[in-house]
Design a protein around this ligand. Sequence first.
Ligand code: GAR
Length: 197
Amino acid sequence: MFAVVVLISGSGSNLRALLEAADEARLPANIVGVAADRDCPGLMFAVDRGIPTTVCRPQDFANRELWGAALATLILLWQPNLVVSAGFMRILPATVIEPLYPRLINLHPALLPLYPGVHAVRDALADGATVTGTTIHIVDEGVDTGPVIRAREVPVQPGDSESTLHERIKVVERNLIVETVAEIARDQIDLEEIARR
Ligand code: GAR
């Protein structure tokens, strides 16, 4: 079975969507491990199912490269076919990206290349955007710059706050991440080919 590792930092609603889709066989994959950079509520979705978790904190290492090397080692022990960064709020160093490229993908709450970085929803609102959305891309060494796999629009509504808009984006993201991981697992998306574009 296609093995997936998920990286999280927070509430883990996208992780939960992947786990439920795998439970219901909508996703032909096993979530074999979940790694976080901090203790966070989302880990419980994995713990509840007996799926292994690990917390690898940057502050426990002398520099981000050493942290990345340790994180990569932990991830590779689970022998994943794909690693999904779903709300992992750290820029990953080359020591994580190189051993996994192009099989490390990230979910971002904006239509890249618009609004990269950690405040994508806030930045879209501040910019007066009428449409934003979500993007899934291969992770490279830039900040949200890697080759795009899939994107989906979400309209901004009058009176939207950062939280109301983000919640609507997350509803769309949860479907998009499940569909995209399923397509990768079924070989309907070729990450090597997208990475060469
Ligand atoms: C998602 O909206 C994801 O796109 C975003 O964090 C949220 C995680 O939600 N990621 C980033 O902003 C990365 N720069 P979740 O923990 O409920 O899945």
